[in-house]
Design a protein around this ligand. Structure first.
Ligand code: HC0
Ligand code: SF4
Length: 571
């Protein structure tokens, strides 16, 4: 152990610990901006500088390792002055339209400035570093960028995409795309992980709330909404609830107050996906189809596969995602039952995922000229609409979703976290293959937050080998192993974001990034709690799904189901 003193207090830490980590042991929070443990540790922003007695100059605490007997001071007047100066320089180059910034009050730079007494900016900087990139669902504002590099790191190291990087030198340095073109023309998979990690408002989702407001105000439209599984365990964070709190009942009430004609649920169509996908898996296993079959519901993952692993395109399930299946059913079966003109239907999705905006706009996501989904807003955008409408969310009474696209099973709910689609599918496939209603339905081997998880499941005397990957970087590792002939499976679940949709790019911003893992765990627990409390926990037992097949679709994988619920990919 290494012994040192920080701000007058003794502390012992293992060798190679940084001063930043050692200070944490004493509950001293040295401020940082660029630093993200394990993801981005360049020591470049210098906000975390400290003094070490006997050492020349100031030292960034995030990359300076402790040594025996050193005496560190984290808040002397020299340190405070330097920190203030660094922040003033950053602010000089930062567009300061804080009031209209979507990150207002959730901006790390704003908090740092506040905490460090920045009231005026004595320098004239450069706030014309490039145009707003509004080419796609991810909006980039170079004039708000503080060059911390977190987005560059998450995009390359975690997602294995590298759609953005540093370019130019000195005062001209910027984070940009290849040839400075819009993100939409890049390999960007629209996952929004860069938005979540950005300390300021330089990255945001395209705001589609106006489109939804306009639809709600149009008396000629019949506007229905679906909410993704993971929204209900995170939306509350925007209104002061602890992460993982299930606010489904209040969310449904709020959506009704906003004026939606019907409030439905993506969990319903997640159950529908399982019927189609389970059927496809059984067919492929029994009839020598392409294996492993890989899930297709995460649009970031689909784009990643199309760009980087086209040799696996035939492995992708042909099922549309639950979001899209919902839209297709909402514009075909529902209008018949509700006696509404399908052309007057306007279908809104509330998603934890920024890539769902891209998925909804894909050309193939329509049936007979009608787009499945008309507008997608994120969890954050829904919170904004609720605030704009003056709805006191925390005080709302609970209410239930509407029939006939609002009932769901526990299996549909757990879709919202990594391993959930796999577990939901196994629950149904096991019953189908054994011809029994099995009691043992908790497939805990596929649960958890490890990047890649593998299991062998014995179903009807068959050893079914499965794997789960979350985050496209982990998907790469898994597929590379298969390409190299080092692994093989029957069925693989891939989710584009680490942790699955609970950690999607459209979820509430976690301001204190050190709590990220705890927040993810709490949101996941929230979903499994809902699952455990559901009367029906298998998709094929959902009575509304049973009715949909018996009244309208006919057979799983049949002609009608194929037309409405399946898709194809671009190699
Ligand atoms: Fe997901 Fe989904 S689970 S991708 O993360 O499959 O966004 O929550 O809605 O479509 O159901 C997101 C979440 C969904 C879809 C579902 C799937
Ligand atoms: Fe990279 Fe995802 Fe951001 Fe695109 S949305 S730039 S893929 S992190």
């Amino acid at each position: 152990m290494i012994n040192l003193k920080i701000d007058g207090f003794d502390v012992s830490v293992p060798k190679n610990t940084t001063i930043l980590e050692a200070a944490k042991q004493l509950n001293i929070d040295i401020p940082t901006l660029c630093f993200m443990k394990g993801i981005n540790e360049p020591g470049s922003c210098r906000v975390c500088v400290v003094e070490v007695e006997g050492w020349r100059g100031l030292h960034p605490a995030c990359v300076t390792k402790v040594s025996e007997g050193i005496v560190v001071k984290t808040a002397t007047s020299t340190v405070r002055e330097a920190r203030k100066n660094i922040l003033e320089l950053i602010m000089a180059n930062h567009n300061r339209e804080c009031l209209s910034c979507p990150r207002n009050l959730k901006c790390e730079l704003q908090t740092l400035c506040n905490d460090n007494g920045i009231d005026t900016i004595p320098y004239e900087g450069k706030v014309d570093k490039g145009c707003l990139d509004t080419s796609g669902p991810i909006v980039r504002d170079p004039n708000k960028c503080v060059l911390c590099g977190r987005c560059v790191s998450v995009c390359s190291k975690i997602q294995d995409v590298s759609a953005i990087d540093f370019a130019f030198r000195g005062a001209h340095m910027t984070v940009t795309t290849a040839y400075e073109e819009g993100l939409v023309g890049q390999d960007c998979i629209n996952c929004g992980q860069c938005i979540k990690i950005c300390p300021v408002g330089a990255l945001q989702e395209r705001d589609d709330t106006d489109k939804v407001w306009k639809a709600l105000e149009n008396p000629e439209l019949h506007v229905v909404v679906q909410t993704a599984p993971a929204v209900r365990v995170a939306l509350g964070e925007e209104f002061g609830f602890a992460p993982g709190t299930n606010v489904e009942g209040k969310m449904v009430t709020a959506l009704r107050r906003l004026g939606f004609n019907k409030v439905f649920d993506t969990n319903f169509s997640a159950d529908l996906t399982i019927i189609e996908e389970g059927n496809e898996l059984i067919e492929r296993i029994q009839n020598g189809g392409k294996l492993p079959m890989i899930t297709s519901c995460s649009p970031g993952w689909i784009k990643f596969c199309e760009h980087n692993y086209h040799d696996f395109i035939e492995n992708l399930s042909s099922c549309k995602s639950p979001q899209q299946m919902f839209g297709a059913i909402a514009k075909s079966y529902y209008p018949v039952k509700a006696d509404v003109d399908p052309k007057s239907m306007f279908v809104v999705s509330v998603m934890p995922c920024t890539a769902k905006k891209y998925e909804a706009d894909r050309e193939e996501m329509s049936v007979d000229g009608l787009k499945d989904i008309d507008a997608v807003i994120t969890t954050r955008e829904l919170a904004k609409m609720i605030r704009q409408a003056g709805i006191k969310f925390a005080e709302l009474e609970d209410s239930k979703q509407d029939s006939i696209l609002g009932t769901y099973s526990g299996a549909g709910t757990i879709f919202g976290n990594t391993g959930g689609v796999m577990e939901a599918a196994l629950r149904t496939v096991a019953d189908k293959l054994t011809g029994k209603s099995l009691d043992c339905i908790d497939y805990t081997a596929v649960r958890g937050l490890e990047g890649i998880r593998e299991a062998t499941v014995n179903i009807a005397d068959m050893e079914i080998k499965v794997a789960v990957a979350n985050g496209t970087g982990n998907a790469s590792k898994l597929l590379d192993k298969i390409r190299a002939g080092e692994a093989n499976y029957h069925f693989i679940e891939v989710m584009g974001c680490e942790g699955g949709c609970i950690n999607g790019g459209g979820q509430p911003i976690i301001k204190d990034k050190s709590t990220t893992e705890a927040v993810k765990t709490a949101r996941i627990k929230g979903l499994y709690n809902i699952d455990a409390s559901c009367e029906k926990r298998k998709s094929h037992e959902n009575p509304e799904i049973q009715k949909l097949y018996s009244e309208y679709l006919g057979e799983a994988g049949g002609h009608k189901a194929h037309k409405l619920l399946h898709t194809h990919y671009t190699a």
